[in-house]
Structure formats: structure tokens, C-alpha cells
Design a protein around this ligand. Structure first.
Ligand SMILES: Cc1cc2nc3c(=O)[nH]c(=O)nc-3n(C[C@H](O)[C@H](O)[C@H](O)COP(=O)(O)OP(=O)(O)OC[C@H]3O[C@@H](n4cnc5c(N)ncnc54)[C@H](O)[C@@H]3O)c2cc1C
Length: 438
């Protein structure tokens, strides 16, 4: 970019490192404010590449992500390329399918496959396919270079930078379920889940009528399966309804195509160095994928930063510390919640207690939509700050006396039981008697 006309303009220059999801969106936010934006991406431009290396994960886009896209006028463009997802569909071992809605009618997640392909049209894109380096001057460097961020590594050399990373014992592997007679092989508008306690498989629909099935399992279990016949035996035992749908030959072949991938959770603080450099997206907070919030949280980073830019009149020296102050507790909260859902998705959805709780939550939300809001609803369908959603969830659990209900349930060791519990609000003395028959 040396000598280009933009270099001599008076506009402030923002260098966005990483042209993935969050980097591309961030470029739009800065460009909308009239900054000179340069995006640095190590990978080839996938709009032009003949062969795109790597993985394409289909992602659940929910309220927070949509709000950020809306801000830069991209919401409709992206949403029109997605598939609405109304509920989870739980597959039992016997092949029985039971839906669990996400929230109220009309509250849906959207599956999108990649990418803000056209998002960075307003920004200068600098591609470095040969891997060489170049020094670039910028007023602000925004590190959006993902979970293994090179920008974050520079932070590690400074004092008072807190950092932790945790690899979970599970890896993930993707398998494809092809269409049948040109149509989806299963019901399309669902997140299909096969929970098997210590591991699980999920399937998400794609626009080409395929499903991407993702098997999450401890690495040691992946490694135990070494032949095609063992793959079939394993699927016969745990996911029998999927063998015909994925195809036995495809299963035998695709299981060994790529090794299972690791999942890491990263927390750090602060997110900034002075008024010069800031981290966003996975570079600041990689989370395990079980709440479907990694990208959504990264997109929300952009909108939060933008709101603070308004508040502090685009003064980076004031904006960056405030961004750290506001955003760190929320990103840490979603990292913890994603870990919590890691267990909920593969184990709790099998339990009657979990299903009962979901019904109680939804019922109370129906009765008192402002007082009781299910955690999943707050996280997925609102912009309630993540850490406030967690605090409120703890408070709700206290007032609904879930522990007492659970104790009573375990005392009554019958399949058919009646529970009577009380929901007490000290302020207004409302008491609700719940009776549950099973
Ligand atoms: C299996 C799985 C399922 C998921 N499902 C969901 C979901 O349903 N919903 C959801 O919200 N999130 C989901 N996520 C999380 C989501 O994928 C990430 O949070 C999101 O991709 C983060 O975007 P990012 O732009 O911060 O990082 P990335 O997408 O990792 O992009 C970083 C970019 O930086 C580039 N880069 C790296 N190093 C450099 C460098 N030194 N210089 C220049 N460029 C560099 C990379 O090539 C890449 O393009 C899932 C993740 C996984 C693994």
C-alpha cells in the first residue's frame, strides 16, 4: 500500500488483522465511519481461489449477530442465504425423534454457511499469499486473527496481561448426509441432536439440501476406531438411524478422511494496548461451540465497540480501555456458558428432569414474560449482556426453588409422581403452585 493515494489522505488508518468473519464485519463498521481500512489476511481470497482449503462450518446466527449485521446493512443479504431453525430435534437410541423448541413461537436461529463474502468491499484488502511480512503504519490495529492470534501473542510479552487456554478432551469430526431424491434426508428446520451422554452427534442443514453431521467425542474414543467395519459397528450401536441416511460406504470412507479437530477455550484481559491495538472475536475469546455463540459474540464485539466509539467521540485512547472494561466480563461469561452447554447438550437433554425444567421455564416465561426469562432465550434471542444473563439465571433458579423440586423428585422414587412447589417473589408475594404428573 506504500505510495497509494489512500496513504496520503488525512483519514485515520485502521489495520484489521484477519479477514475471517469478525475481521470482515469489523472492516465494514470502520469503513462506515469513514476510516481508511486495510484488511490483512494470510489465506488466499476465497472469492477467487480455485480450491478453497480448510473447513467450512455451518454456523447458527442469532439475535446478537443479526443486530451487528443490520448495523452495516448486511442482515437481509446474509439471512436470505440461511435456513431458519425452529427447535432442537432429539434422536433417541430407538430412533424416536422429539422436538424441543428454543423459545417462544417465532424465535428461531438461522444456519448460515460462512461468510461475509462481499462484506469488505468498502475496505482495502491486502493479501499475502507468499507469507512475506511488511511493516504497515496505522492509527489502530484490530486483532481479529482467530483463536491462535499472532496479535495476541504480542500482548503476552507485556506485564499484567492475563491469559488462559483450555483444550477440552473432545474433538469433532464432520460427515455429510446427502439429499434423498433431491430433498433433505431429515426435517430441515431443526438442530438434530443424538445425545449419548459422554459424546454426541449433531446435524445442521445446508442450502444444497445436505446435512453436515458433526460428531463430538473424546479423542481417545475416536482413536479406538481404526477400520471401516469398526465405524459401522460404532454407528450401529449409537446412531443406527443415521447409517442408511449417511450411507455405509461414505461412513467407512469419510471417518478417516480428516483427523478429529481440537476445541479450545481462550480467556484473556485486557483486550487493548493503550490507544493503539485491540483484540476482537476469537482472538480475544475463543469459546467451545456448544452455545452457538462464538461468531455471534464476535459480531457483538463490533457493535459494542461501535457504541463506545459514539460515546467517546472516536478517541481511541478513551474507547479502548472502556471497551475492555465493558466487554471482558461478558465474553468470559459466554465462555463459561459454552462450557456448561458442552455438558447440557450431550447429557442433560437425555434426562426427564432437564425436560421438566425446560417446560417449567417456558411456562413461567409465558405467565410472566418480564420476570422469568429462560437462560437460552436471554443468550440467543436478546442482547442482554452475557454476564447479566448469568446473574439473572442464578436469581431465577433461587426464586423457583429448583433444588427443592429436584430433591423432592429424587425422594419420590416412582415413575409417576406429583410435585408441588412454590415460586415466591418476596416483593409482591406471588405464589404459584406447580403440579407435575409423569
Ligand atoms: C465446530 C464449530 C462450530 C461452531 N458453530 C458456531 C455457531 O453455530 N454459531 C456461532 O456463533 N459460532 C460458532 N462457532 C464459532 C465461530 O466459528 C468462531 O467464533 C468464528 O469463526 C470467529 O471468527 P473470527 O473472525 O474471530 O476468527 P476466524 O473465523 O478464525 O478468522 C480468523 C482469520 O484470521 C486469519 N489469520 C490468522 N492469523 C493471521 C495472521 N497472522 N495475519 C492475518 N490473518 C490471519 C485466518 O486465516 C482467518 O481467516 C463454531 C466453531 C466451531 C469450531
Amino acid at each position: 500500500m506504500e505510495g497509494s493515494p489512500e496513504r496520503h489522505s488525512k483519514k485515520k488508518v485502521v489495520a484489521v488483522v484477519g479477514g475471517g468473519l469478525v475481521g470482515a464485519l469489523n472492516a465494514c463498521f470502520f469503513a462506515k465511519r469513514g476510516f481508511d481500512v486495510e484488511v490483512f489476511e494470510t489465506r488466499e481470497d476465497i472469492r477467487q481461489a480455485k480450491i478453497v482449503k480448510g473447513r467450512s462450518i455451518n454456523l447458527a446466527l442469532s439475535h446478537r449477530g443479526r443486530q451487528a449485521l443490520k448495523h452495516v446493512g448486511m442482515e437481509e443479504k446474509i439471512v436470505s442465504q440461511g435456513i431458519p431453525m425452529h427447535a432442537r430435534m432429539i434422536h433417541s437410541l430407538s430412533g424416536k425423534q422429539s422436538p424441543i423448541p428454543y423459545g417462544k413461537k417465532g424465535q428461531v436461529n438461522l444456519i448460515i454457511l460462512l461468510l461475509l463474502k462481499s462484506a469488505c468491499h468498502a475496505a482495502a484488502v491486502s493479501l499475502r499469499p507468499d507469507g512475506s511480512t511488511e511493516e504497515v503504519e496505522a492509527d489502530l490495529i484490530v486483532g481479529c486473527d482467530g483463536a491462535f492470534s499472532a496479535i495476541r501473542k504480542q500482548f503476552l510479552r507485556r506485564s499484567c496481561f492475563n491469559y488462559s487456554q483450555t483444550y477440552i478432551p473432545h474433538g469433532y469430526m464432520e460427515l455429510t448426509m446427502p439429499p434423498i431424491n433431491g430433498e433433505f434426508a431429515m426435517k430441515a428446520n431443526y438442530l438434530h441432536i443424538w445425545p449419548r451422554n459422554t459424546f454426541m452427534m449433531i446435524a445442521l442443514p445446508n442450502m444444497d439440501k445436505t446435512f453436515t453431521c458433526t460428531l463430538f467425542m473424546p479423542f481417545e474414543e475416536f482413536e479406538k476406531i481404526t477400520t471401516g467395519d469398526e465405524v459401522i459397528e460404532f454407528f450401529q450401536k449409537y446412531f443406527p438411524d443415521t447409517i442408511q441416511l449417511i450411507g455405509a460406504d461414505a461412513l467407512r470412507r469419510d471417518y478417516f478422511r480428516l483427523p478429529a479437530q481440537a476445541m479450545v477455550s481462550v480467556k484473556c484481559s485486557p483486550y487493548h494496548i493503550g490507544g493503539k491495538c485491540v483484540l476482537m472475536g476469537d482472538a480475544a475469546h475463543a469459546v467451545v461451540p456448544f452455545y452457538g455463540q462464538g461468531m455471534n459474540a464476535g459480531f457483538e464485539d463490533c457493535i459494542v465497540f461501535d457504541e463506545i466509539m459514539d460515546q467517546f467521540n472516536e478517541d481511541f485512547n478513551a474507547v479502548l480501555p472502556e471497551y475492555t472494561r465493558v466487554r471482558v466480563p461478558d465474553d468470559h461469561a459466554i465462555a463459561d456458558l459454552a462450557m456448561y452447554n458442552y455438558i447440557e447438550m450431550r447429557a442433560h437433554v437425555n434426562s426427564k428432569w432437564f425436560l421438566f425444567r425446560k417446560h417449567v421455564d417456558n411456562f413461567l416465561h409465558f405467565l410472566m414474560p418480564r420476570a422469568i426469562i429462560p437462560l437460552y432465550t436471554m443468550v440467543t434471542f436478546t442482547r442482554t449482556r452475557y454476564h447479566e444473563a448469568v446473574e439473572r439465571w442464578h436469581w431465577q433458579n433461587k426464586v423457583i426453588h429448583f433444588e427443592k423440586i429436584q430433591q423432592a423428585a429424587s425422594l419420590l422414587k416412582s415413575d409417576h409422581f406429583v410435585l408441588v412447589s412454590f415460586l415466591t417473589f418476596p416483593e409482591n408475594f406471588i405464589q404459584i403452585h406447580l403440579s407435575v404428573f409423569e
